[in-house]
Design a protein around this ligand. Structure first.
Ligand code: SF4
Length: 360
């Protein structure tokens, strides 16, 4: 069951707590967003659509389409602006597939013109399946986008298309990756979700690909966030195994994290050419340093990927809340962020929204 914290009911239920919390949070523009665990939240992921033109087997059943409405581009801009005024410095646009969204270039231009509380430009990134990247890489860069992450789950054409279930997608995505690199949307990261028995035979090929294409390949442990019921602990390829498999043919050298909240463990090769990363939320969770919150395509705040509760920020905006009231709501909501996920533990509950409807 999903609990929705929407304006009328929640306000009635939580007056005392809310009042004292916002007093203690003293929420004004320029504050820093912190949760009750002391983590500073500076990274916002915004889904601008839950539509997608791919049907990746570990994400979608292929039967369901988009389930949630999209806001107007200006409405995302206003909501993101509120988060930025509270200390967000990194914004990642996601989906579904964000390149499908009309008005994306305009939104990127608006966000590129925004400044953090320190007066710096935002760190503006986007995650895409790469299908439309060939034609959009140049315009996105010109609009002010800094970098892209492309989801690519195989370097073998057949395996790739078995996963995406879209004929011809492999060469299209490869073309998009090369166009993004040529446009300067770098460092260019490639995200590969590993599933045992589906694409774990691609690990060594991807290590070569990282070196040959000068991209950062990140292997991601499969999380129970799919539409269907594919996830089991056995299907997960853990970090230790990925390192061991690459080390059979290459010497890996671990690199230090760039910041505490970095999700990937980073490695280069003995000659320093190429980089891979491993994001291991299942075998080596990194929740302790989590700096992220999410805004769904329909304007709900999710304080954790595995939240069982959503917070209706857009509903409050539609109901006429002022910027000051919305900031207080954001700060209160972030303050209540979950400590961590509970994957694999007794009583673990899969969130009722799957990844394609949350945003990566
Ligand atoms: S599971 Fe939740 S708390 Fe953990 S890293 Fe992901 S978003 Fe952060």
């Amino acid at each position: 069951m999903l609990l929705l914290d929407s304006a009328p009911r929640a306000t009635l239920w939580l007056p005392m707590a809310a009042a004292s919390l916002s007093a203690s949070l003293a929420v004004t523009s320029g504050s820093q967003l912190r949760d009750s665990h002391g983590r500073v939240i500076h990274d916002l992921r915004v889904s601008i659509t839950d539509r997608c033109n791919y049907k990746c087997i570990y994400c979608r059943t292929g039967e369901l389409g988009a389930l949630y409405p999209e806001l107007e581009i200006e409405e995302y801009w206003r909501l993101i602006g509120l988060f930025v005024s509270l200390g967000i410095t990194k914004v990642r646009l996601t989906g579904g597939e964000p390149l499908l969204r009309r008005g994306l270039i305009g939104l990127v231009e608006k966000l590129a013109a925004m400044r953090t509380v320190a007066g710096e430009p935002l760190d503006l990134a986007l995650t895409t399946n790469g299908h439309l990247l060939d034609s959009l890489a140049g315009p996105l860069k010109a609009a002010g986008l800094n970098r892209v992450t492309v989801s690519m789950d195989a370097v073998d054409e057949d395996v790739f298309e078995r996963i995406t279930r879209v004929k011809g997608s492999f060469r299209t995505v490869l073309g998009g990756i090369r166009a993004a690199r040529a446009a300067g949307l770098t460092p260019l990261k490639i995200n590969c979700v590993l599933l045992r028995g589906f694409n774990d035979d691609q690990i060594e090929g991807f290590a070569r690909f990282a070196r040959e294409e000068n991209v950062v390949v990140r292997f991601i442990e499969f999380m129970p966030l799919e539409e269907g019921r594919l996830w089991t602990p056995e299907i997960v390829v853990p970090l230790k195994e990925i390192v061991a498999r690459i080390s059979r043919t290459q010497t890996l050298v671990e690199l230090p994290p760039r910041e505490a909240s970095e999700t990937a463990r980073r490695y280069t090769f003995a000659d320093g050419v190429g980089e891979i990363g491993i994001i291991a939320p299942v075998s080596q969770p990194f929740c302790g340093a989590c700096s992220r919150v999410r805004l769904t395509s329909d304007g709900k705040i999710r304080t954790c990927l595995f939240s069982q509760v959503e917070h209706d920020l857009y509903g409050r905006m539609r109901a006429g809340a002022s910027d000051a009231e919305l900031r207080s709501y954001i700060a209160r909501t972030v303050h209540g962020k979950e400590a961590r996920h509970h994957i694999g533990e007794p009583g673990f509950l899969k969130p009722s929204r799957s990844m394609v409807h949350i945003g990566g």
